[in-house]
Design a binder for this molecule. Sequence first.
Ligand code: TYD
Length: 207
Amino acid sequence: MSHTGKFIVLEGGEGAGKSTHARAVKDWLEQRGREVVLTREPGGSPLAEAIRGVVLGDWPEGMDATTEALLIFAARAAHLHALIRPALAQGKDVVCDRFVDASYAYQGAGRGLGGATIAGLESLTLGSLRPDLVLLLDIDPQQGLQRAKRRGEENRFEAETLEFMSRVRDEYLRRARAEPERYAVIDAAQPQQQVAVDLLRVLEARL
Ligand code: TYD
């Protein structure tokens, strides 16, 4: 499927600083005269945000990995329908804080559902649509979890173990290495200003 707008995604483990840098990417594009939609997953549309509340909620019976994955992909389908596909079709750029790579990393690797299961859900939900550029903010899980804790708004994922977060990180890096033309890895352990410099350098080179 062809689209005229650029689809740019920020990914990374907990505490990598995606949200801050997503705004910087939006600003950079707007300074170049682009119309930009800034959004996030899970969520990004009213229905998808409602599903986000369910996914991140603490349920008495817990949440098994399959339920989690299906809910996240349901939110993604709603988000694609309501916001992402229309925006790209209108020639707008979409900057998204997390997308399908997070499902490979968190549900596929972290929860152990495996890449083939995620690939099936991806093909159902996305068809042939893929982000044009994935900016991976890479950080050591220990450092990332510390940062996330300092921020103080802990969700179910931020309460996960270091082992879980290491699987998440490894899967992100593996995917980035497998498709270097579509991914850029940025060292998010650096001071925020240096991360921003690296990020803008990638945008200058790739877009
Ligand atoms: P997010 O709002 O990006 O949280 P944070 O900014 O604290 O990293 O995402 C909320 C959580 O959802 C995050 O901990 C990771 C999880 N998640 C998945 O497990 N799979 C997915 O496909 C997505 C998009 C998010």
